[in-house]
Every structure is written in C-alpha cells, then in structure tokens.
Design a protein around this ligand. Structure first.
Ligand code: MG
Length: 403
C-alpha cells in the first residue's frame, strides 16, 4: 500500500476545523484533524510530497521525519506540529481501517469503554465563532439578530443557570471561563486581577458550585491572563471549593511562574494546551509547573504523542485532561487515545452550541456524545465518517475541499 494523496477541507464552525485526508493506491483512506492556524492548509500542501509514494504503515517514522525536516526535531516548530498532528491521525485511521480494527486496538487497547467528556461552558454565554487569527466573526449558523453580544460580563446567576442545564444534559464534568471580559478589568493589559474582580470571580465560582451540588465536577480556565502573584491570590481565595482544576493561570512560556502558583495553592493547576511535543512537557512536569496535564492532540504531534506525554505524566503520578476544540473527527480520534491510557480525567468538548456537530458525521439522530461520554465502537479506524454533503455546506470559502 502506498500513499497517493494528502488533502484538506476546512469546516467553518466555532473555529476552523481543519480535516486532513490521506488516500492510498488500495482505495483505503484515513482522516485526521489539525488545530487551526493561519496558513495551515498551505503548510500541509508543502508537506505532501514528503509522503506521496511512501508506505502508510510506518506512522512514527513519518512523524519523526516530518519533525526533523521542518521543526528540526524540536518542540519549537509551532504550527508545523499542527500540520503533522493531522497527518499522523489520518495515517493511524487508515492503518486501522486496512487491518479492519478499531483505532483503540492500534493504541494498545482500552482502559475504559466510555470516555468521559467535559463540557466547555465558556463564560456562561452562547458560543461565539472565531477565524484563524482569533478574530470574532459572525456565528455562521445564527441569524444576524441572534448573534451573541461580545465582551459582556455575565452575572453569577447566568453562570449558575448554564451549570444546571449542563448537568441536565448529562455531563458530570464541566469548565467555565473565570477570566472575565477585559471590560471588567481596570486595565485589560496589566495582568492584574484587582480586588473588585477577585470578589466577582469568587462569587461566580461559589454560585456554580451551589448550582451543581454533588452532581458534577467543575474546572475553571484563566487563559494565561494573570501575573503569577495575582493568580495565586485568586487560587487561594478559591481553596474552600472542590475545584477540579484551575487552568492556565499565567502565561504558558514561563514554567517558574506556573510552578510558583502550583506549589503554593491546594487548587490543582492545569496547563499544556500551548506546548508542543513531549520535550516541552518533560520540562513542565519535572519543574513542577503542572498538576493536571492538558495537551492538545491536534497540536502536539498527534495521538501517539499524546500517549507519550500521558506516559511521562503517569511517571510523575499526574493525570491528563486533553484540550480539544475539534470536529467529531478529532474529538472521537482523541477519545480512542484517552481510552488507551490509565491516567485520564476527561476530554474537552467545546462545541455544544454547534448545531451540525453530529450531522457532520451522519450522527444527527445518534449523537456522538451521550450523557457526557463517548462510547467507542468496534468499527474500523476512528469509527466515524464525514457526511460530505453536510461538510460542503459548512466549508470555508476560499479553502480547498479535499481537492
Ligand atoms: Mg484552556
């Protein structure tokens, strides 16, 4: 079997879902997904000649070769790793299909039949849509009078209502943004929290825990917003609550700052969605910068890289909770990898507000996520296939569509 084509399609959802397809001369194809980025599909096109004519079986060798030729083998290659991630998963999917086995079997088998998914509830408001450079755009599936109003600071009651409805939808795990809109800061650039904002953050967190009671676990995301000392002050003010994790309290580049926060609070600190490859995670973990490791499989280099990072975390007795903003292709692929490692808490799901999430893989009547879990089937490969008509309807203009 030889690789004959590598192609992409971009679906305009809450983010640009970038799907990678790899075809072979035996008629077997595989699907993967890469984390959005400006110029991403052009990079994948540049990498394609490195794969054409090669045997798809040697997945790790292809990944290592692409890493060496583009990122010089280091974690510093940025967007290159997004492209490689999509290619890696497409190769795994097509290999599993050619063996007629589910992907989880290629990854070492399952620790669990169903993979727990946590609902990303944002800041309690309706879902927004962002382009490749994170500029908010009109949400494609909403009419002009239904567009979410941006930058509005919601009240604690709004968060509590959203938390209750998420429990009702069957989720036992959820996450809210606690870095409130910039307008609420005295200065959105300073990385300060300020005493008034801390009081609002604590009030919102308490309201959410009051709302969910013992029915769900709750994490909070701070999106790298704060100075270490301010983030630490907030974490300590939240210690009376059973917080699952507090995510990305300060900028991701400085492990010492993260370690300062992590070492000085009982609230578990989560980070990892901005790191690439096991090399960066080794540094983060060994220097004590993280309690809950949150790699993004569509960024780090793919599902095998996720397994390597999970093994590294497990050596330090740390759990993983992968970051995920993918379409159902990336999300279910990630679920296979999450089922295959012991130290797993929950997989993120960012798309409860995207009305065509299930229809994209022909599952409108049989949702991919049910009662807050993904059940892995014995279908070959990832086990979900694109409905190309639905994909075409939501394809981003100006991007190739598996051409
Ligand atoms: Mg996050």
């Amino acid at each position: 079997m030889r690789i004959t084509a590598v192609s992409t399609a971009v679906i305009e959802a809450n983010f640009d879902w970038t799907i990678v397809r790899i075809d072979t001369d035996e008629g077997i194809s595989g699907l993967g997904e890469a984390f959005f980025s400006p110029g991403l599909t052009a990079i994948i096109r540049e990498l394609t000649p490195l794969l054409i004519g090669r045997r798809p079986e040697h997945v790790e060798r292809h990944v290592r070769r692409l890493q060496l030729l583009t990122a010089h083998g280091s974690a510093g290659g940025g967007v290159i790793h997004h492209a490689i991630s999509g290619i890696e998963t497409a190769l795994l999917d097509l290999n599993a299909k050619s063996l007629d086995i589910p992907l989880w079997r290629l990854l070492g088998g399952k620790f669990r039949e169903k993979v727990r998914v946590y609902a990303d509830c944002h800041a309690g408001a309706p879902l927004e849509s962002y382009g490749s450079v994170l500029q908010a755009r009109p949400t494609p599936w909403l009419q002009s009078d239904e567009q979410p109003s941006r930058g509005v600071a919601l009240e604690a009651d709004d968060f509590a209502t959203h938390a209750r409805s998420t429990v009702k939808a069957g989720f036992t795990t959820m996450k809210f943004d606690l870095d409130l809109p910039r307008e609420a800061h005295e200065d959105g650039w300073s990385r300060r929290i300020g005493s008034m904002l801390v009081e609002r953050q604590v009030e919102i967190a308490e309201a959410i825990f009051d709302a969910v009671g013992h029915d769900a676990e709750v994490a909070f995301d701070l999106h790298w917003s704060y100075a270490a000392i301010d983030a630490l002050g907030l974490a300590r003010r939240l210690e009376h609550l059973p917080i699952l994790w507090l995510e990305d309290p300060c900028p991701p580049d400085n492990v010492e700052a993260l370690a300062r926060v992590a070492r000085n609070t009982t609230v578990p600190i989560a980070t990892g969605e901005n790191q690439y490859t096991r090399v960066a995670f080794a540094d983060l973990i060994t220097r004590g910068g993280v309690d809950v490791v949150t790699p993004d499989p569509q960024k780090i280099g793919g599902l095998l890289e996720l397994r390597a990072i999970a093994a590294l975390a497990d050596t330090w007795a740390l759990p993983i909770a992968p970051h995920n903003i993918s379409s159902p292709i990336g999300t279910v692929a990630n679920a296979h990898a999450c089922a295959s490692v012991p130290n797993f808490i929950a997989l993120e799901w960012h798309s409860s507000g995207v009305p065509f999430f299930d229809a994209l893989v022909g599952r409108a009547d049989d949702p991919v996520i049910q009662n807050g879990h993904i059940a892995l089937s014995d279908e070959p490969g990832i086990g979900v296939e694109l409905d190309l008509d639905v994909c075409r309807r939501h394809a981003r203009a100006g991007e190739p569509f598996f051409a």
